[in-house]
Design a protein around this ligand. Structure first.
Ligand code: GMT
Length: 383
């Protein structure tokens, strides 16, 4: 199949999932066209089978806001025609599903029928999408997609509660390439980060308020009173300065390392002993899955889709949002005993196997095939 993928090309989970999906689909023989404003960060290499088409928005002084959706719709129309793309897969409803729908309708005028698969990722529904400014457009785009998927049952439930949805929503969980982590990294240089008798605790996110990174610092502060350890913070975002200030205030600056944005998250996770994700909201928690596949147990909140990923008492523990004390206790429970830690590490990896890309990617392929067949019938009816 010739598949057009629209996503955010940045470090966010939705862009990562879209990129990994495109790369795997190309390995399975499909022709993939990424259509976005920048080459996705995890897109390792462009090949004969993976192409990147940049959406540019010409600056014009009259526009206070540059019309990205319009530029994206036009680019989609042009690329579908030029490369004979058969299906569009848009990740994140805003504004991708809206722009995709416009492209679909423009193409229809020319007798080209193309289905659009929309994947809902979380904040496009729970934080941004449900805002009155966007709600009518998001509702419309979801109802007018040919196929709608959500990355967890919890996100599906939220979507049905927040919007008037007529469309069936298929739950297709996020995934990870388990085989990539079979042997682990041989250059896992733990000694660069911590002393031999120290445990390593980590957190990876975009440091937005929803991630509650001050809770991460507080949990670590409490744990390090009992367990000799270091905290590695990976990412950039609006709450970073607040977290840095809290680290100073608590006097733990020698034990907390802010690494900034990294393309080598797996190298950090491979020597981590515990991963913290106390988010206010998390439709899935891809960061938790990335930790687990590296054999890192997860202390998380029980918000959104996290209970579908992290299993309480098995791959880690879950607590109510903001319950720093319980998260601390559970973290210590895992770290204080080497046998317990080894068991949780093993379990974390086992649990991650349920989300192996070889199980999930065929589900997307089947959805594309079904959508193409349906649109062909629609075209026949129209002719
Ligand atoms: O977590 C973020 O703020 C980024 C956001 C995104 O769209 O990139 O992540 C969302 O999508 C990820 C991939 O499906 C999920 O794993 C995250 O849980 C979800 N974030 C939230 O729901 C807050």
């Amino acid at each position: 199949m010739k598949i057009g993928i629209v996503c955010y090309p940045t470090f966010g989970g939705s862009g990562v999932v879209a990129t990994e999906l495109g790369m795997e689909l190309s390995k399975r023989g499909h022709e993939i066209h990424f259509i976005t404003y920048k080459q996705p960060v995890r897109l390792e290499q462009l090949t004969g089978n993976i192409k990147f088409h940049e959406v540019t928005v010409p600056e014009y002084p009259l526009f206070h806001f540059q019309p990205y959706e319009l530029a994206l719709s036009s680019k989609l129309v042009n690329m579908v025609k030029l490369h004979e793309i058969e299906v569009l897969h848009v990740h994140y409803a805003i504004p991708h599903a809206y722009a995709g729908y416009m492209a679909k309708k423009i193409l229809e005028e020319e007798g080209i029928y193309i289905p659009m698969v929309t994947t809902l990722h979380g904040t496009d529904i729970t934080l941004v999408g449900s805002h009155p400014f966007y709600k009518p457009a998001v509702t419309f785009s979801i109802n007018n997609s040919d196929v709608v998927t959500s990355v967890s049952q919890s996100l599906k439930d939220d979507t049905l509660n927040l919007f008037k949805i007529r469309k069936e929503i298929e739950v297709v969980p996020n995934f990870i390439d388990v085989s990539k982590f079979k042997t682990g990294f041989t250059d896992c240089q733990r000694s660069l980060m911590a002393e031999e008798d120290e445990k390593i605790i980590s957190h990876v996110s975009n440091f937005r308020a929803v991630k509650r990174i001050t809770d991460v610092i507080k949990i670590y502060y409490n744990i390090q009173k009992t367990i000799k350890s270091k905290l590695i913070m990976v990412g950039e975002g609006p709450e970073k300065e607040l977290a840095e200030a809290l680290v100073q205030e608590l006097g733990i600056q020698n034990n907390v390392i802010f690494l900034g944005q990294s393309n080598e998250v797996d190298k950090i996770l491979c020597f981590s002993d515990l991963f913290l994700l106390p988010s206010e909201k998390e439709s899935f928690g891809l960061a938790a899955l990335e930790a687990m596949v590296n054999g890192v147990p997860v202390i998380s909140s029980n918000s959104g889709g996290l209970p579908e990923v992290n299993i309480h008492g098995y791959s880690g523990y879950l607590s109510n949002v903001g319950d720093v004390d319980e998260m601390t206790e559970n973290g210590i429970k895992i770290l204080e005993n080497e046998t317990t830690l080894a068991k949780f590490k093993l379990n974390a990896r086992e649990q991650a196997k349920n989300f192996d890309l070889h199980k999930i990617v065929p589900i997307y392929e089947a959805l594309y095939e079904k959508a193409i067949l349906e649109i062909e019938k629609e075209k026949e009816k129209a002719e």
